[in-house]
Design a protein around this ligand. Structure first.
Ligand code: TYM
Length: 332
């Protein structure tokens, strides 16, 4: 037992990586932990977002949470900007984290690209806000995909430094939960780059909301090598596309990669892809349909977010009061 916090950015194009690396695990964990699942709209604006699209994308992530099976009565679903504790604690963490720590963040380097001078300051301190998200609730566990590993390491460093500087045991040192056979889903066009919301090629990813024909077409066209599938998992080394597609199959079918490799040993890619497409459609189509239903009349989604924000704020308030007192902020 313990308390879980995790979040997804409302930046459009929710994809299979978000589902297998994160959202699916959120669902699986909700009966063993007290869970808080956030739509991190404040993180989203670290790069430009059209305001109307941001609102839609925020509802869409919430709809994906619900459609995937997160129970809004059991777990808390809310959007970050509705609970001011996140911003308040992030400021304190801006004063705890060191420039050198943030300079090492690979995600900042990737997202800022060559023109680092033009990146927003928010993008640079993004991991501090993420630490604030987690520690505003003293969350003990954080389910994420593999790409968030370094950010969670920074969250641990912040907790440790805060506790040391202020001679307190206020914050837990949070454990990442990186679970399943597809913790790092790769692009369908290039097995060496990550499947991402921002890849300009829509064929690089399977969006959660893609229809059956689109999913089948994208998988059929996915890059492969010319060899038959291997007889053992060792045969997947040096074969990034086969490794990726078999990992996706394993995750979607709740099997290990070993199981999948032995089931398809020596098969042609074309036969495997047909089965993978059927499996992906079987798992994703009901989620997409439910998301569409929820988005048609978003009152229910809005009510879930409002209720979640109230419950989240109530959990964060005493923790923030404790932190302010520790730091020495005079309070009335
Ligand atoms: P975001 O919005 O980029 O992604 C949401 C979740 O999806 C996972 N993910 C993947 N998993 C496997 N393969 C992929 N190709 C893939 N792409 C994305 C991510 O690891 C993530 O778990 N910084 C976070 C959001 C965040 C957060 C938090 C997470 C903000 N505050 C506090 C945990 C706790 C992010 O940008 O996720």
């Amino acid at each position: 037992t313990g308390r879980i916090f995790s979040g997804v950015q409302p930046t459009g194009n929710l994809h299979l990586g978000n589902y297998l690396g994160a959202i699916r695990n959120f669902v699986a964990l909700q009966h063993d932990y007290e869970c808080i699942y956030c739509v991190v709209d404040m993180h989203a604006i670290t790069v430009w977002q059209d305001p109307a699209e941001l609102k839609t994308a925020t509802r869409e992530v919430a709809a994906a949470y619900l459609a995937a099976g997160i129970e809004p009565k059991t777990s808390i679903i809310f959007n970050q900007s509705q609970v001011s504790a996140h911003a308040e604690l992030a400021w304190i963490f801006n004063c705890v984290a060191r420039m050198g720590w943030l300079n090492r963040m690979t995600q900042f380097k990737e997202k800022a690209g060559k023109h680092r001078e033009n990146a927003s300051v928010g993008l640079f301190v993004y991991p501090n806000l993420m630490a604030a998200d987690i520690l505003a609730y003293k969350a003990t566990h954080v389910p994420v995909g593999d790409d968030q590993r370094q950010h969670l390491e920074l969250c641990r460093d912040i907790a440790i430094k805060f506790n040391f500087d202020y001679k307190t045991e206020c914050f837990p040192v949070t454990e990442p939960l990186i679970m399943g056979a597809a913790t790092r889903v790769m692009s369908l066009r290039d097995g060496t780059s990550k499947m991402s919301k921002s890849d300009p090629s829509d064929n690089s990813r399977i969006n959660i909301t893609d229809d059956a024909d689109t999913i089948a077409k994208k998988i059929r066209r996915a890059k492969t090598d010319p060899h038959p599938l291997p007889e053992s998992v060792e045969g997947l080394a040096e074969r990034p596309e086969a490794h990726n597609l078999m990992g996706i199959y394993a995750a979607l079918s709740d099997q290990t990669r070993e199981d999948v490799v032995s089931a398809f040993a020596g098969a042609q890619f074309s036969a495997f892809k047909q089965q993978l497409a059927d499996l992906a459609v079987e798992k994703l189509a009901p989620i997409a349909a439910e998301m569409r239903r929820l988005m048609d009349a978003p009152d229910h989604v809005d009510a879930v977010l409002a209720d979640g924000a109230d419950r989240a704020a109530a959990l964060a308030a005493p923790i923030l009061a404790e932190v302010k007192d520790i730091v020495g902020f005079l309070r009335r």
